[in-house]
Design a protein around this ligand. Sequence first.
Ligand code: ZN
Length: 286
Amino acid sequence: MKLLRIGAPAAEIPVIWHEDGSYRDLSSLVGDLAGSTVSLETLERLRAADHGALPEIAPDRIGSCLAWVPNFHCIGLNYRRHAEESGMAAPSEPILFNKASTALSGPNDPILRPAGSSQLDYEVELGVVIGAVCEHVSEAEALEKIAGYCVVNDVSERSFQLTRQGQWVKGKSAPSFGPVGPWLVTADEVPDPQDLKCWLDVNGETRQLSTTGDMIFSVAEIISYLSRFMRLVPGDLIATGTPEGVAMGMEPPQWLQPGDEVNLGFVGLGEQTQIVEEAPAPSLVP
Ligand code: ZN
């Protein structure tokens, strides 16, 4: 299934992209898509429904495919060639960090450059959505815990991330730094998460072009590893790292600027397009 959320910001409704190409309103079956409503049990119930009998709705703005996330986990330096371009050694264990959950935004919403930003960057990533509680799950069982997959742009501000001391979260968390979607593609449609092609273009120029086969730690290893340190719950989102080609790795770096257009995606998981804008002045923020 390809699940998404359509409507104005904070007023989206849950939708399934039906096999006949139409969009069908799921709101008679689930309140929204987040947390327990993307558990494996709920997804099984949605799968069993007669999708063709649901009301058809017109396409409109697409929101994040998850209304909110219990946790927004991220893995750093998880592609061999990206670790090389960053001038850092390939990690011997997965590097964990977080994004603020309030960074979530729609796949085609603008990227808002925050006040004080000078090094705005992009990162196409495979998002993994957890569908069952995981604690000390084995690698062999880890993929069975996945609800689905989605495209994530791990938008980053490198000076906030790397020169302001402490954790990377500072450079990863501004509003709009987490475009997620368009779809939550259920795991049954992704037979091998280590065989997915991705790309990211800026103003039509290809910057990132890779496959998840270049990951240092596989999706199964990441879930198993995380679950040794914390409980994962349905709706948790894990951004699994980015391949080479980020602005920080260019000579000289080509940071995102207002007016730039970013297009990214994964074959089979959909694509996103964002325009970079200056964030509204603090006095205009609701
Ligand atoms: Zn990242």
